[in-house]
Write a protein that binds this ligand. Structure first.
Ligand code: C5P
Length: 404
């Protein structure tokens, strides 16, 4: 009963995958959840309200202006009742409405009115899923913190093969369990100050050019959100990213490693935990030019590079050393051994190592797998969302603070 007592609002939009929703509802109920279903106008073409009512014990809702349903529980009340809003299947049209912030039916109104986390399980033809309009909407929703589950690839109802199948009910339930499993961390970091570096750095070559890397900042931002959810005061020192600042987090924007170092030092006083997630450039051009370098008529040029400061090492060696210092290691070979050495060399309490030679995790992806190495433990976490991995790392930090 991993979802015992949780209030789940399941939104169903009108795609063929809606036929799977009774199975999803059944499993939610079996896991102890209370479920309200909300259908878009076309969803009822694919799944009957009678089936859903029988499984949830509550009549499904659809219209925004249904006097009887509103009298039982107003739509704002329903929005507040929800611990989670899941839309499965989420069609291209509903994804578009959500991305645009429209509220032209009960489901989209709820999505705007609820403070609860929103998850979408997209389902559509593979060509539609690949369309730039859909992908841009998904990107925008993700940046706002919406969880996107799937879609899976495979044979589709229309005969096409490719990504666009709605994730199986088990996978959707897994995501919800992970979300609610993080709740025990609530309040565990109250009164603690946590400083996190995230994203890439940019090292200027001249006024228009720089050297940088592929870090998206996602893992660092997920760490900031998880630490905040556990009650910490969080300062996020961020290189340039396209991400939204997690709610309740103070963000300090920087560009170069030198700026990141200065911002970090300015925040160290009274800091309990420092987490270095940033992909800091190891070297920078020794003398960035004040004017744009012009193309020579012939011949190559070279740029002399000088070493950047090691921010995390300076934090670990500082007189104002936080109680817990956590580093990340992106490795391409002998990951564990390199990370063990790095942890000791840099004086860290915990190092989170991932294998960036794998294309499906790490840089610029939404998922990550990692091994957590501390003085007395090595724990391997399988591939999961960066958010859920962040929750597991925060849990390890809470444990280390407890031991100190
Ligand atoms: O040595 P490497 O760059 O692999 O170490 C990675 C860890 O060190 C990360 O936690 C990263 O944020 C931190 N780091 C740093 N300053 C640097 C280089 C890396 O804080 N100049």
């Amino acid at each position: 009963m991993t979802l015992a007592g949780k209030h789940i609002v399941l939104g169903i939009s009108g795609g063929i995958a809606a036929y799977k929703t009774p199975f999803l509802v059944r499993q939610l109920v079996q896991n102890g959840a209370e479920v309200e279903t909300v259908l878009t106008r076309s969803a009822a073409e694919f799944v009957t309200p009678t089936t859903l009512a029988a499984l949830t014990g509550r009549p499904p809702r659809s219209a925004l202006f249904d006097i009887e349903a509103e009298a039982a529980m107003g739509h704002i009340e329903l929005a507040r009742w929800a611990d989670t809003l899941v839309i499965a299947p989420a069609t291209a049209h509903t994804i578009g409405r959500l991305a645009a912030g429209l509220a032209d039916d009960l489901l989209t109104t709820l999505a705007l009115a609820t403070p609860a986390p929103l998850f979408l399980a997209p389902a559509m033809n593979q060509q539609m899923w690949a369309h730039v309009a859909v992908q841009e909407n998904i990107r925008a929703l993700r940046a706002r913190g919406v969880g996107i589950i799937g879609p899976d690839a495979g044979e589709q109802a229309c005969g096409d093969v490719g990504p666009g199948r709605m994730s199986e009910p088990e996978t959707i339930i897994d995501h919800l369990q992970t979300l609610h499993a993080q709740k025990p961390l609530e309040g565990k970091l109250t009164g603690r100050k946590i400083v996190i570096t995230a994203g890439p750095t940019r090292e200027p070559i001249d006024p228009v050019r720089y050297i940088s890397n592929h870090s998206s900042g996602k893992q660092g931002y997920a760490m900031a959100a998880a630490a905040r959810a556990a009650g910490a005061e969080v300062v996020l020192i961020s290189g340039p990213t396209r991400l939204e600042t997690p709610a309740g987090v103070r963000r300090v924007d920087v560009e170069s490693a030198t700026d990141m170092m200065k911002a970090t030092q300015a925040e160290l006083e009274q800091t309990d935990v420092f987490i270095g997630v940033a992909a800091v450039a190891d070297y920078r051009p020794a003398e960035p030019k004040d004017r744009k370098i012009k193309r020579e008529s012939s011949g190559d040029i070279s740029i002399e590079m000088t070493m950047n400061p090691d921010i995390i090492r300076s934090v670990a060696e500082s007189a104002a050393r936080p109680t817990v210092v956590v580093g990340f290691a992106a490795e391409t070979n002998d990951a564990i051994q390199h990370a063990r050495d790095k942890r000791l060399r840099k004086g860290l309490d915990l190092i989170v190592v991932n294998d960036v030679s794998r294309k499906d995790i790490g840089f610029n992806t939404d998922e990550n797998a990692a091994t957590l190495i501390s003085d007395d433990k090595e724990v391997t976490l399988s591939k999961q969302s960066k958010d859920s991995l962040a929750g597991a790392i925060v849990e390890a930090i809470v444990e280390l603070l407890g031991e100190s």
